[in-house]
Design a protein around this ligand. Structure first.
Ligand SMILES: CC(C)(COP(=O)(O)OP(=O)(O)OC[C@H]1O[C@@H](n2cnc3c(N)ncnc32)[C@H](O)[C@@H]1OP(=O)(O)O)[C@@H](O)C(=O)NCCC(=O)NCCSC(=O)CC(=O)O
Length: 441
């Protein structure tokens, strides 16, 4: 593993805890639904979450904290068994399934680094490449892929981070955050010395694996496989779980974290109301639309270039409460689907009213394709407390290669939005000046 700044690592395999009197944790097959299938050839979602410990030394991290994290991981995996399994596409099957076998484990990399936490977990400009070494890879081959891979990295001065790589066809943002909160919940029980052999999870964190709740018309899955074939860049080798190759991240790509306060959002909202020719009833002026339209307009303007060049933009919608019947909030699996626009040219964004134009577009009904906003302000990722306080910072690492934004709630204030953006340094400087100046206009 290429690790910056003197990281040392070891890899441990964590198995789902089994009750010695119960040998039922043997094997499990979980089919993919329509909403899972859309993501089978996607690159893994990668997130890193930084925690600041209160009173610890590297010794106590290894002696006390790491064992608690490992034990609670093993316990939580017994509730989330599919995460120990593999996405598997057998030659005789028309679609992949999740298969868990008796001795399946999750890979946990344990690393120690002397990188500067306050720099990496700050909001300023940071080389995007530095985050790669904090999150492990999934193992993917043509007919099989691991579902979850974890890394815990200890920094100097009582800080550690958890890096999570997950397969999008198994976990969407809601399910992956639920898993994280469940792990944190069980770890907190250990931390408070309430160690119980097999702790139950609260109802809102107990995953439901019942696939029959996804009630979609028969035949849509076959249509989805046709769509994937159509979108595949390698039609001759369609039956592979390997995602299309992506180019290496260039060394001049930098990451920044931006916040829009509720006041910023309100001001931008007023700007749309005052400048749009549309009736207010035709505008969807949510925080999400305002933030996405604003940031995207600044990115397109920062790149400049030919006003006729196409600009494709996309987001992912959670359909769980939009289906009839609705899907329970504890359902384990994807309920998200990508929504996108492909017919616009850069000029729409470059005009003086570019931001207002994009709000109007996002207010309309969509077409469909891949996603470019990772995360959501609704997932509550800053609520994942393992017993040492809320995260100091979270980053979606995987936005560094697909021009996506990440979104989450703000850590310290209600309302507004925290966004992550990765751009080449030269574009980033222009983007930041547009973003900041636009808020003070
Ligand atoms: C399609 C959307 C993005 C559109 O969002 P909008 O906010 O514009 O529109 P909306 O109709 O949903 O909401 C309108 C207003 O109601 C509020 N609102 C609605 N439902 C809410 C809820 N459950 N909790 C809190 N607020 C809610 C919104 O905050 C907003 O108010 P206000 O204006 O005040 O905010 C969203 O509905 C959605 O589906 N979000 C979830 C997307 C998601 O799950 N992403 C993760 C993808 S997977 C992924 O990325 C991988 C990973 O993370 O691992």
């Amino acid at each position: 593993m290429d690790l910056n700044r003197g990281i040392s690592t070891k890899i441990v395999r964590v198995n789902p805890a089994t009750n010695s009197s119960d040998d039922s944790v043997n094997s499990l097959i979980l089919p993919l639904t329509l909403f899972d299938l859309r993501w089978i050839k996607f690159h893994s979602n990668k997130r890193v979450i930084f925690y600041r410990l209160t009173d610890s030394s590297p010794e106590s991290f290894h002696i006390l904290i790491l064992p608690k994290l490992e034990l609670s991981l093993s316990l939580v995996l017994s509730h989330y068994l599919p995460l120990a399994g593999r996405l598997t596409w057998d030659p005789q099957d028309s679609k992949p399934s999740i298969i868990v076998s008796k001795d399946d484990t999750v890979s946990l990399t344990v690393a120690v680094t002397n990188a500067d936490f306050s720099f990496l977990a700050g909001n300023g400009l940071r080389p995007a490449t530095e985050f790669r070494s904090l999150v492990p890879e999934l193992t993917v081959c043509d007919d099989s892929a691991t579902v979850l891979s974890l890394q815990i990295t200890l920094f100097p001065n009582q800080v550690f981070c958890i890096g999570i790589a997950s397969h999008h066809s198994v976990l969407d943002g809601k399910t992956s955050t639920m898993f994280l909160k469940s792990w944190a919940h069980i770890c907190r029980l250990q931390e408070h010395n309430k160690a119980i052999d097999f702790p139950l999870l609260p109802e809102d964190l107990t995953p439901s694996f019942d696939r029959t709740v996804v009630n979609v018309p028969l035949g849509l899955e076959a249509k989805m496989m046709e769509l994937l074939l159509y979108l595949s860049k390698d039609i001759d080798n369609f039956r592979t779980l390997k995602p299309p190759p992506i180019s290496e991240i260039s060394a001049d790509v930098v990451r920044v974290t931006l916040e829009l306060t509720s006041e910023n959002v309100e001001k931008l909202r007023e700007r749309v109301k005052n400048n749009s020719v549309r009736s207010l009833l035709d505008l969807h002026l949510s925080t999400f639309v305002i933030a996405y339209a604003y940031a995207l307009t600044c990115v397109v303007k920062a790149r400049g270039g030919d006003a006729n060049r196409p600009v494709h933009f996309i987001y992912t919608a959670d359909l769980s409460h939009r289906l009839d019947p609705q899907i329970p909030t504890t359902y384990f699996g994807n309920c998200v689907f990508p929504v996108g626009w492909f017919q616009y040219e850069a000029r729409t964004f470059l005009e003086e009213d570019g931001f207002v134009n994009v709000v109007e577009i996002l207010s309309d009904s969509p077409g469909a394709q891949i996603g470019a906003v990772a995360g959501s302000t609704r997932l509550g990722v800053y609520g994942s407390d393992f017993g040492w306080g809320r995260p100091a910072k979270t980053e979606v690492v995987s936005i560094d290669n697909n021009e996506a934004f990440s979104m989450s709630e703000r850590r310290d204030e209600p309302g507004g939005v925290e966004m992550g953006v990765c751009l080449k340094k030269s574009e980033m400087n222009i983007f930041l000046s547009l973003f900041k100046n636009g808020l003070s206009d």
